[in-house]
Design a protein. Structure first.
Length: 265
């Protein structure tokens, strides 16, 4: 199989690589956590070396796609078919994770656009699962003024399926995009645990300082009822947070689908 994620992974920064590596960490026979750590350390020591980063991204893609594969299938493709990327296709994994999370999306476009839509669906479902006081607190701590909040909730009550388009029309694309990323990090808490989420927020705080101010208290106080399904299977514990996080990475420079991204259901 050809590489399918490398272009998106090249958008990652050091903190992202460390988080993704933690999610792929495993005692599984055919995985190589030590080697992945070496690739990350090499990139950390020479961050401007594109070849070093590319090598890390390709190795990490193999680990991610292995996380969504069965051991037997992976071993067969790697050792008997000599495939450079032996794991499952990222598109198959996106489909699997969407089914696990019970979210719908259009399976069109490249991997980055599908991952962005997956993350958007998780954000929408997370926001809709919150009590109104939590929704209001989230927007308030994000710096949205009272008048804008009141306007949003007045229109939101009339049509809750229009959450993101409404938010976009009131606070603009920059604040909306940042909120999406922040709420997605909140949702990740249910998948990776509070301690791991706390470490992640702290690691990202240097680049997104206001996240540390408003995400922390909200993350620890929320009850994300919709995530109360069983993701204890080995593959799900890895692939769910990995794919949601990769959608966050993709959205940092704007959605692949452009303005249509905000309107799509």
């Amino acid at each position: 199989m050809a590489y399918e994620l490398t272009n998106l992974l090249m958008k990652c920064e050091l903190e992202d690589f460390y988080f993704l590596a933690e999610q792929t960490d495993s005692y599984i026979n055919f995985s190589s956590d030590i080697e992945l750590s070496r690739y990350i350390k090499r990139f950390e020591s020479e961050p401007s070396n594109r070849n070093s980063k590319l090598a890390l991204c390709k190795f990490l893609e193999k680990e991610i796609r292995y996380a969504g594969s069965s051991d037997v299938a992976f071993a067969f493709r790697k050792y008997f078919k000599s495939e450079e990327v032996a794991g499952a296709s990222i598109y198959e994994i996106i489909d699997d994770v969407s089914n696990v999370l019970k979210v719908k999306q259009k399976f069109i476009g490249n991997a980055e656009s599908q991952l962005e839509r997956l993350t958007k669906a998780v954000v929408e479902k997370t926001f809709l699962s919150l009590k109104e006081e939590d929704q209001r607190e989230l927007l308030e701590k994000a710096g949205i003024n009272r008048a804008a909040r009141d306007e949003f909730f007045r229109k939101f009550k009339e049509n809750k399926t229009r959450f993101l388009p409404l938010l976009l029309s009131i606070v603009g694309p920059e604040v909306t995009a940042t909120l999406i990323q922040g709420i997605a990090i909140t949702a990740l808490t249910a998948f990776i645990g509070r301690e791991a989420a706390k470490k992640l927020i702290e690691a990202l705080a240097t680049k997104f300082p206001w996240w540390a101010q408003w995400l922390g208290p909200i993350v620890w106080g929320l009850s994300l009822a919709w995530t109360a399904y069983d993701i204890q299977g080995g593959a799900n514990r890895k692939t769910v947070p990995i794919l949601v996080y990769l959608g966050i990475v993709g959205l940092r420079d704007g959605p692949e689908d452009g303005d249509d991204f905000w309107e799509e259901n």
